[in-house]
Design a protein around this ligand. Sequence first.
Ligand code: IVH
Length: 670
Amino acid sequence: MMGAGGAASPDRQRWEALVDAIRQHQIAYHRDDAPLVPDAEYDRLVAELEELARRHPDWVEPGAPLARVGAPGRANLAPVQFAQPVLSLNNARSREELRAFADRVGVPGPFVVELKIDGLSVILRYRAGKLVLAATRGDGGTGEDVTANVREIRAIPAELPEARDLEVRGEVYLAKGRFAVLNAERAAAGEPPLANPRNAAAGSLRQLDASVTRQRGLSVFVYEIRQGSPPPLTQQEALLALGQLGFPVEPHWRVAPDVDAVWQFAEEWRERRRELDYDTDGLVVKLDDLAAAARLGATQKAPRAAVAFKYPPDEDVAAVLGIRLTVGRTGAVTPTAELSPVRLGGTTVARASLHNANILERLDVRVGDRVVVRKAGEIIPEIVAVLAAERSGQEVPYQYPDTCPECGTRLVRDEEGVEVRCPATLTCPAQRREGLIHYGSRGALDIAGLGDKTVDQLMAAGLVTTPADLYALSPEQVAALPRFGPLAAQKLVRAVAASKSQPLSRLLAAFGIRHVGERVAAALARHFGTLDALMAASPDDIAAVPGVGPIMADSVAAFFQAPAGAALVERLRQAGLNFSEPGGEGPAASGPLAGQSVVVTGTLEGASRRDAESLVERAGGRVQSAVTRQTTLVVAGAGAGSKLARAQMLNIEVIDEKEFWARVANAPSP
Ligand code: IVH
């Protein structure tokens, strides 16, 4: 311990810790192309250091992380001195910050908006039409000579159509598809995976063996003419000229007359960008008039006439507060990590799925760990890495229990050791509960009022353990439950009774048979027509139904053969449930949508998505949930987003709601 006078203040201690950490992160990111933490975490450390620097300006030393842009290059690549500094961009993160940028620019527009490619900046120099130098940005004043490697990037012309002098700037990136292939190859060869496409691109470019660059298959988009005569007058002109010279130019740029149009573009690409084969983390907004831009000049780091609009990050660091196991309807026991809340992709995340035991064990997630959490688009957040270096030593490895947390039955692992299940399908209270909730859910028998709370009450009162018990409920029994009056009770009993006449497809879906979702249930119901015909069928007969695989078929057959399944069916028969499918018996091979594979997306005014999908099936079409190359028709309702965009990209026929109704008008009614 230091004496009283010599003890560093908490601020000073924090300062030193931050300087150390930031230095380490800069080396990992810029020199080694292997970041230790997500960008958001790094940004936070820098912001904290900046805040301390405001309070203690005398602590800032030249050469400290704050004073630097980027980090020094690797010693083994030759340095390149830039006569004209290679600038970076200031960021805007909201509509307000975009407005503030436009206000600073001083003219309303027009702006050119480009997608911001998440790659590595390169400067390409041509003399008399020949590529003579390629350099990374480095710290903006000194870059690294990567000419030999860049010559291996096929998209970069080695020679221009004209013998002119030119210096351009662009972004080298690794396509997402290539990245996946490379990592699969590395996994097969027992090599560690590359962290992300950006760092993989940087790593490929900044090493000494040009054959490695060739093998990686990098790409490039070029977006700036730094030197060349005559200089372009506008950014639009620059992009068009670059394209004409044979450079790849990212094709989705647009002219925005004002900042509102910029915002519209930002909204349009918020989700759509995920469909591209390259990572984009935002937009770059540039004043179109390049002479005016030059007059505005630049600060030390960035031009005044351009700004980067960044989407909220998909990835950040959170602390694991606990690991909870949930038992699903089919007995799958899945761990969920409870996290300190983080903002990801615009929403607050406090939980991440660990998918299955395998991931939990592979990542070795422990309570108390700091972890990297990722949420891209609509996908549930997941933990992608553990910051093991930050462990205190107090964290205890997670021990998967041997028995079901709900019923104490010994858990089993599937053959691959990936999924852990509770085998007590019919006695495990968690599975019974989930099964009942599922039975009454909208895609199943759609029993209004039979939500999770009601199921809990019915089970707690000992009134219901299996779906068949629902049909024995009297209004008096239900009315005696807390929270229920006579009216609500009657409503529930009526809804239960109404469910008896639902078609077989709904009943099959309601059984919650493993591997049998709504679509397979509908296919089975259509094909067999009655429950008795299905129960009499062999697994082979069942597997012969289009869209039904052997695993599903085995699962269906096993369900009805098991004593509990057979007993349930008999009790439901006695309760008077409908066991047949209207218009069933034989697949609908005819109808206005026969032979079509159809995706319904967005909101329809006239029907729920589900009802629209069953209409598609009645009209002879096949329903798909995702747009694939097999899709032949997309019904786009209001607010259709990424699926619509994908359909357009794949040139698939898209119809609106009006046209949809016109086409299914003469489908057979149920
Ligand atoms: S303009 C001074 N345009 O984003 C001009 N940059 O965050 C600055 N980037 O360092 C660059 N796509 O590496 C520009 N269409 C684009 C870009 C782009 C990606 C990168 C570039 C820059 C960084 C700034």
